[in-house]
Structures are given as C-alpha cells and as structure tokens.
Design a protein around this ligand. Structure first.
Ligand SMILES: Cc1cc2nc3c(=O)[nH]c(=O)nc-3n(C[C@H](O)[C@H](O)[C@H](O)COP(=O)(O)OP(=O)(O)OC[C@H]3O[C@@H](n4cnc5c(N)ncnc54)[C@H](O)[C@@H]3O)c2cc1C
Ligand code: SF4
Length: 342
C-alpha cells in the first residue's frame, strides 16, 4: 500500500526474494511525496528527486513480479496472515499473504498557522512551493516577479508546536532548509537568505555538509528567534516580527519572500487506514508500532507491516531501508508459517 520511497523499496525487496508483490497506490503517479510534491534536489544525495525516485519507480514498473494498481485504494481487508483478501475501491480482489502499509504522511497545511502569513500574502510560500520554484530554475516573488533581495525561511512550521497539537520534530526540515538556502543562492546570488530557528537539528553527517556549508560558503544567516507574526509593510514587502532569543530583543526585518519549512503530519487518511486494516494509531495519529525489538516493522495486527513516514516523520533513506526491512520481514514470516504448516 503506497508507492512512495518506502513502498517502492518493499515491493522491489519482495520481488528480489523471488515472490510476487502487488502495489496499490491511490494516485495515478508513483513516487510518493518527492514526486507528487515536486521536490528539487534531495538531501543528502544532491540528486534531483525526479531522477533518484524515478529510478525506483522504473525498477518496479519494469519488474514482471510486481503488479501495479494505480488510482485505487483498499476498501476492505479480510482474512488473516498467510491468507488475506483485499477488495480494492474498483471492486477488484487481491490475494496476499501479508500487507505492508507504506502510506506515508501529509504535509502540514500552513493555513493552520495563520499568523505567519500563509494564505494571506502571495509571497509567503511553503518549502515544497519554493522547491518547485528551484526546479523551474528561477527565483522570483510570486506577487510581481521581482528578484528577491531577502528570503526568510521559518523552521518548525507545524512541528514542535504544542499550541496547534504538533509536538513532534519532523526530522528533516532543518537540513532541507539549509539545502534550499544554498539552492536559492546558486540560482540568485544577489539574494540573502535568513533561516529563523529554535534549534538546528541537522543530525549526523548532515551537520557539515548542510549547516556549516550553507553558512560558510553560501553566507546563509541563522537567526535564533521566536516568530510572533508575518505582516505586510507599506512598500509591499513582508515584515517578520519576533524576538531574537539570544539577545532577548524584539526584531523586525523586511523580506521579499517568506518560506514556511513545513513538517510532516500523519497521513490525513490514517483513521480510514486504521479501520480498513485493523491497525492501531499512536497518540499523534501515525501508525502504531508493534514491539520494537522483536517485531520490527510490525503493527498491532499480525501479518500487517508498516514502513517509512507512515510510522512517523522519516527521511527518504530511512524510509527506503524500512521498506526493504518490511518486505524481507513479511517474506521471512510467511516462509516460517509455510514450514510450520508443512
Ligand atoms: C518539504 C519536505 C522536503 C523533504 N525533502 C526530503 C529530502 O530532501 N530528503 C529526505 O530524505 N527526505 C525529505 N523529506 C521527507 C520525505 O518526504 C519522506 O521521507 C518520504 O516521502 C517518506 O516516504 P514514504 O514512502 O514513507 O511516504 P510518502 O512519500 O508519503 O509516500 C506514501 C505513498 O502512499 C500513497 N498513499 C497514501 N495513502 C494511501 C492510501 N490510503 N491508499 C493507497 N495509497 C496511499 C501516497 O499517495 C504516496 O504515494 C522531505 C519532507 C518534506 C516535508
Ligand atoms: S528538523 Fe528542524 S525544522 Fe524540522 S521540526 Fe525538527 S527542529 Fe524543526
């Protein structure tokens, strides 16, 4: 279920192990968020999303052991591990021994943070919209086409925000934003980029390649601040108002474009997925894991596994690994079942 990085990886793994996989994807296009939302160059590979994820899509499309159903969902799942029957929304029935839920996440909708200007001002964008601009090769203000003198990227929009019920860190948006700052600067060297942050979480090997490089080579300015609001100034620019939390003083800086580094919400369809597949959700609404250490990739229902951002905020690399793990786990458990029966 789901043909994003995790699902594509799970299907390829099942096929590589010599079994048949059936992919069910609700959209008409395969590739998940990086393709459906038009991401630009991926972190950390630096490869264009359409090339990197495109290779994953071709691998399963060219594989006779993978059957692909696009534009449909699973409406009903009956049976048990080793012998499930899934009824698709077009009425077709699919037999399967195990199910992998790789149904991913939903991008946070910045409308839910109205005081930060999205939906009110044309030049307030999300990271996915800015990535689409980078992919198109030109940085310009949507309102009037001028080249921006200054761009602000606001981190943690829809993440680490208890006021709006999003307590979690979305893991990848600090690194994605540092990368985006460099991409903006490459396309538009005269534009200054500021990143407003609470903490920077460019974990592991991302620290030097993204955080330090964006400052030292691309002159990105990092401002530790709490943002209060984004308003319009008299000359048509945007004012980012907040408190500089290092010097504990109010700051107001004019910008031409403000970018919301949006986080990862649970898939908005998770309540439906939970009821169709009979799996529990954790308190934030992501899919609940089974016992971590002995039932890796499991959910609360036997024979139904999960992988990637369906479990919570995840990177592409980790989603791919989890997809491969879930595919192998499903095959290994089914083999064990067959051996026990025989
Ligand atoms: C702005 C932004 C930029 C990012 N950039 C990067 C980056 O550069 N590098 C990186 O490592 N990570 C990045 N990420 C994280 C990345 O998007 C995720 O790691 C990745 O998409 C997770 O893959 P997935 O397959 O688990 O889920 P998804 O990509 O969400 O794929 C899930 C698939 O399941 C399908 N689906 C959902 N519900 C159903 C259903 N009910 N029935 C059938 N199909 C369904 C969806 O249509 C989709 O195709 C970024 C995240 C954000 C928010
Ligand atoms: S990765 Fe960075 S921007 Fe994203 S939620 Fe965590 S701290 Fe905020």
């Amino acid at each position: 279920m789901g043909a994003g990085p995790a699902g594509l990886s799970a299907a390829a793994t099942v096929s590589a192990a010599g079994y048949k996989a059936v992919m069910v994807e609700k959209e008409e296009t395969l590739g998940g968020a990086p393709i459906l939302s038009g991401y630009a160059k991926l972190v950390p590979s630096g490869e264009w999303a359409k090339d990197a994820i495109g290779r994953m899509v071709s691998r399963v499309e060219d594989d006779a052991s993978v059957a692909i159903h696009k534009g449909v969902k699973v409406a009903q799942l009956e049976g048990e591990v080793g012998n499930f029957t899934a009824t698709l929304s077009n009425g077709e029935k699919v037999q399967a021994g195990a199910v992998v839920l790789a149904t991913g996440f939903t991008h946070f909708d910045s409308i839910n943070k109205p005081e930060w200007g999205f939906g009110t001002f044309e030049d307030v964008l999300t990271t996915t919209q800015m990535e689409q601009m980078v992919s198109a090769g030109k940085i310009a203000c949507p309102s009037d086409g001028r080249v921006p003198e200054r761009v602000a990227i606001l981190l943690c929009v829809g993440s680490r925000d208890r006021q709006i019920g999003r307590e979690w860190c979305s893991k990848i948006c600090c690194t994605v934003s540092a990368n985006l700052a460099m991409e903006i600067k490459e396309l538009s060297p005269q534009t200054d980029v500021f990143i407003y942050y609470m903490d920077i979480r460019t974990f592991g090997l991302y620290e030097d390649r993204f955080y330090w490089r964006s400052q030292e080579e691309f002159k990105t300015k990092f401002v530790k601040a709490r943002i209060a609001e984004v308003t319009a100034s008299g000359d048509g620019r945007l004012l980012v108002k907040g408190e500089d939390t290092l010097v504990k003083r109010p700051i107001i800086i004019p910008f031409d474009i403000v970018v919301h580094a949006i986080g990862m919400d649970p898939n908005e369809e998770n309540p439906e997925i939970s009821s169709v597949f009979g799996v529990a959700l954790e308190k934030h609404g992501f899919i609940e894991r089974a016992e971590h250490y002995t039932n890796t990739c499991g959910t609360t229902r036997r024979g139904v596994y999960a992988a990637g951002a369906a479990y919570g905020p995840e990177t592409i690399d980790d989603s791919i690994s989890q997809g491969a793990a879930a595919g192998s786990r499903a095959v290994a458990d089914l083999n064990a079942l067959v051996q026990k029966a025989g």
